[in-house]
Design a protein. Structure first.
Length: 304
């Protein structure tokens, strides 16, 4: 081999080694990606804000050709991967929980999760002056769920219906905490928007229990409520001494009172269940609510 060819081979070998090494380093430190998911950005035209929507398709989607029920989940940054994992783990390939398309409703682009959810999930402004903004230079905002509700119904639902094989007659909205205020706001203003509502740890204490007023206002004008409701709350979400119990709000008592009010209306088309989940608080109860809620809304082959 001539010296020229030897040098050329050496350069090529070094280049290949460097490229391989760099590729290995990049691969080793790359972010973890959830396979089979998509991130879409949808413009809320009236709000003039962009929101990310996360989508996960069931394992059989590509081969089946059929349509699937859809589960929409708020607070998607944490609830989307959690719901997806629970569905895969506890669903047993449709035997325990029916396969479904999962749509995660994330927060406004450029906003922190706290700022976005306070504004978008709550039904009325609040006079509470003790809350500070986690976004410097921007004042705290509450009470804009009407605009966000319209975005979900007018823009997100049609987007999902057009792009995926979604059975839009079998939609479930799964929420927690402030998200359940949004769900109730949708329920009393657009009760047909979703067929099933999973209402985890609803913040019924919010703004002097304004959602109780909304319930009474709906009952005064309507004789039926066509919806399936599943309420759940952690056993520690009540007022008792102890480190894990609530210090200010009896969310267990509020949920029970709200369900009693709904039952007293005798709506012929309302189906409702509720449970208090023992040994769980406001944060730890969420995964169990997701599991129980999915089994309630979409029972698999073994439970039909």
């Amino acid at each position: 081999m001539s010296m020229l060819r030897f040098l050329a081979s050496l350069v090529l070998a070094c280049s290949t080694f460097n490229a391989t090494a760099q590729g290995s380093i990049a691969l080793e430190g790359a972010p973890y990606v959830l396979e089979g998911t998509e991130v879409r950005t949808i413009r809320a035209q009236k709000l003039q804000r962009d929101y990310q929507v996360f989508v996960s398709l069931p394992a059989s989607y590509e081969k089946s050709g059929r349509s699937y029920p859809v589960v929409f989940v708020t607070d998607a940054n944490y609830a989307f991967p959690l719901t997806r994992a629970i569905a895969a783990r506890a669903g047993s390939h449709g035997r325990e929980i029916e396969e479904f398309i999962l749509v995660g409703l994330s927060y406004a682009r450029g906003d922190t999760p706290t700022y976005s959810r306070r504004r978008d999930y709550t039904p009325t402004p609040t006079a509470d002056k003790t809350v500070t903004s986690d976004m410097p230079g921007r004042e705290v905002k509450y009470g804009e769920s009407e605009g966000y509700r319209r975005f979900v119904i007018d823009e997100v639902l049609p987007f999902v219906a057009q792009r995926y094989r979604a059975d839009m007659n079998r939609k479930t909205l799964m929420t927690h905490s402030y998200g359940s205020l949004l769900a109730l706001d949708i329920l009393f203003n657009e009760p047909g928007a979703f067929e099933n509502y999973i209402l985890g740890s609803p913040s019924l204490w919010y703004n002097n229990k304004v959602m109780f007023e909304r319930e009474r206002a709906y009952a005064a004008k309507n004789r039926d409520l066509r919806a399936n409701l599943y309420f759940a709350v952690g056993g520690y979400e009540t007022l008792r001494p102890g480190p894990r119990y609530n210090k200010d709000d009896d969310m267990v008592g509020d949920m029970r009172a709200f369900m009693r009010a709904l039952r007293s209306r005798h709506y012929p088309s309302l189906r409702m269940e509720g449970e208090v989940i023992r040994d769980e608080d406001h944060l730890t109860v969420a995964p169990i609510i997701i599991t129980h809620g999915l089994r309630w809304a979409l029972p698999g082959k073994n439970h039909k």
